[in-house]
Design a protein around this ligand. Sequence first.
Ligand SMILES: Nc1ncnc2c1ncn2[C@@H]1O[C@H](COP(=O)(O)OP(=O)(O)O)[C@@H](O)[C@H]1O
Ligand SMILES: [Mg+2]
Length: 231
Amino acid sequence: MIDVEHVSKVHKRGQLTVTALREIHCQIPAHTFTFILGPSGSGKSTLLYLLGGLDEPTSGVIRIDGKPVTGMSSPERDRFRREDVGFIFQSFNLLSNLTAVENVLVPYFPKGATVEHRRGAKALLERLGLGDRLDHRPGQLSGGEQQRVAIARALLKRPKLILADEPTGELDTENSLLILQDLRAACQEQGATVVVVTHEQEFVRPGDNLVRIRDGRVVETSVVAPAVGSA
Ligand SMILES: Nc1ncnc2c1ncn2[C@@H]1O[C@H](COP(=O)(O)OP(=O)(O)O)[C@@H](O)[C@H]1O
Ligand SMILES: [Mg+2]
């Protein structure tokens, strides 16, 4: 369970301050699939970064399974980010000179990935339909394929929390649906808590959790009801 309590975030850029989140309050149950929905500039990315310990709130507390992420010491925070969180970005963030398999293993560099890790990376890429792309570099892959490599990279360590910031933002609808299917599978098969930022309503499905934000405020938290007529 993720508990967000009275969290505010003020970004400072030189003289300028921007209040991105205003005293927000929400809960995201463990092992569920959640969309953070809202228009551009509403504070979605800011919230996701706070959940993953990539940034600190100006005030308020975030707890994951009862443990505050806010106020962790910096070694604790490093360990949390390294072991418990898998982050997926809109722009894939792959290294262009490495193959698909090597990109999946990047979190284990420079100490070196084990044979076991390499086997796991290949198995994950195969499961994601990239079995014949293992030694391709990002420039030789489509956008959808690159994002699947990024997903495999996030999944390999079996994190309990998977955070994705507009992971389908650069993809067409068909590839977007495939990416979301993979993220839903991570939730169901690995028991991960998956939180996906989007400004697109069209990908929401029955059973998904929604946290809708607008102008830095949570305006709705809900579970999407089953479609009328479905069992
Ligand atoms: N590092 C930053 N410095 C200054 N302002 C920022 C920074 N990050 C985000 N903001 C501002 O905070 C608000 C929310 O941004 P963001 O969380 O990125 O929204 P979203 O992801 O919903 O588009 C915006 O007004 C944005 O310009
Ligand atoms: Mg954003």
